[in-house]
Design a protein around this ligand. Structure first.
Ligand SMILES: N[C@@H](CCC(=O)N[C@@H](CS)C(=O)NCC(=O)O)C(=O)O
Length: 344
């Protein structure tokens, strides 16, 4: 179906007029704006207006515009722009956690963002607040990422919905590593798991996730909590699953400047030092910066996602320190990953 907005009132035939037409194409849920600027006469303009009153699809739209050009043979330019709440071609949706700032911050979710960017896949982000994670994911039919011991499901982000292969039955995936493997299998161009590296990369990422980040948690969890929207903060103070946590819970207390905080950073540095020694082993046959050879891979994205988390939540107290550690190695890794840090 096509609808039009009334063109600007006709003036003298010699003057330049602009007319705007909003054209809705149901098959692609797209709304096009067709702007004509011309020096045609009012009679011809009226005729062109009628063209937009009938039902048409994209092909008909094109032929309508062609007829319009023929009708308004005098100096005519047609500018088409598409404005649609829903994209015409289905694209991947990434569900991410909303913080108080408009930037993505959560390390698990950055791992997927990195892969989407690296593979140059089109995607959009849906921002979800912590208190809404379960309801949102249930509503879209996302699988739980784990089960509690009592059998209740646990819903977490990231979640990816990929309708590109079958818009009527999109793939809906949870669990970071699971999503990573799905994206690699479905979009093998520009691999993030170069041949034969899957096992070692899985081990590396497991280490980052389960060991490397552990000493960071007492520092980063309270800082991340403070950067959440107020509703999310209260969810953690009093929400189900966090009984009696209360405002005074050490989980949410920022370490005050002083020996306790310095001690915490020292424990973090030990992990960075260890990893630096490991990565140094690649100097010679690799570049010594990335985990495998000379190109970035999933392992680097897992590590750099943690760097982004620190940079976003603890720019001064955290990232400013880490930049100086291990002869600037972590800044060099950041630079290698920087071109895949787009935020859509
Ligand atoms: N096993 C999941 C864990 C992901 C996870 O813990 N996500 C957190 C945010 S970083 C989450 O969504 N938590 C939801 C909640 O606590 O309600 C994965 O690897 O993706």
């Amino acid at each position: 179906m096509m609808r039009n907005r009334a063109p600007h009132p006709a003036r003298a035939c010699s003057s330049v007029r602009t007319s705007l037409y909003s054209v809705y194409i149901p098959s692609s849920s797209a709304v096009f704006t067709v702007r004509t600027s011309h020096t045609g006469c009012a009679r011809r303009l009226k005729a062109s207006k009628q063209l937009f009153h009938k039902d048409c699809d994209l092909g008909e739209l094109q032929s309508s515009i062609h007829s319009l050009i023929l009708l308004l043979r005098s100096s005519l330019t047609i500018i088409m722009s598409r404005h649609s709440s829903r994209p015409a071609t289905p694209i991947i949706t990434l569900y991410d956690l909303k913080s108080a700032s408009p930037q993505p911050w959560a390390p698990n979710i950055w791992r997927i963002r990195f892969i989407l960017n690296f593979k140059r896949l089109r995607y959009r982000t849906v921002w979800v607040e912590f208190p809404d994670v379960e309801a949102t994911l249930r509503a879209i039919g996302a699988p739980a990422s784990a089960m509690r011991s009592d059998g209740r499901p646990i819903y977490t982000l990231p979640v990816v919905v990929d309708p590109t292969r079958n818009p009527k039955a999109p793939h809906i995936l949870s669990n970071t590593n699971n999503i990573a493997e799905y994206l690699e299998a479905s979009y093998p161009a520009r691999p993030v798991f170069p041949e034969g590296t899957r096992a070692l990369q899985t081990l590396f990422v497991h280490y980052i996730q389960e060991v490397f980040v552990k000493p960071l948690l007492p520092i980063m969890v309270p800082l991340s909590h403070q950067n959440l929207p107020e509703r999310s903060q209260s969810h953690f103070r009093s929400g189900p699953g966090y009984p009696g946590a209360g405002l005074a819970s050490p989980q949410f207390q920022t370490l005050p400047p002083g020996p306790q905080r310095e001690q915490a950073w020292l424990a973090v540095k030990e992990q960075f030092d260890f990893l630096s020694i490991v990565l140094d082993k690649n100097v010679g046959d690799g570049d010594g910066i990335v985990a495998y050879g000379h190109e970035v891979s999933y392992a680097d994205f897992a590590l750099c996602s943690v760097l982004i988390w620190i940079q976003r939540m603890a720019a001064q107290d955290g990232w400013a320190r880490i930049r100086e550690w291990n002869s600037g190695r972590w800044v060099r890794l950041w630079e290698r990953c920087k071109m895949y840090m787009d935020e859509y």
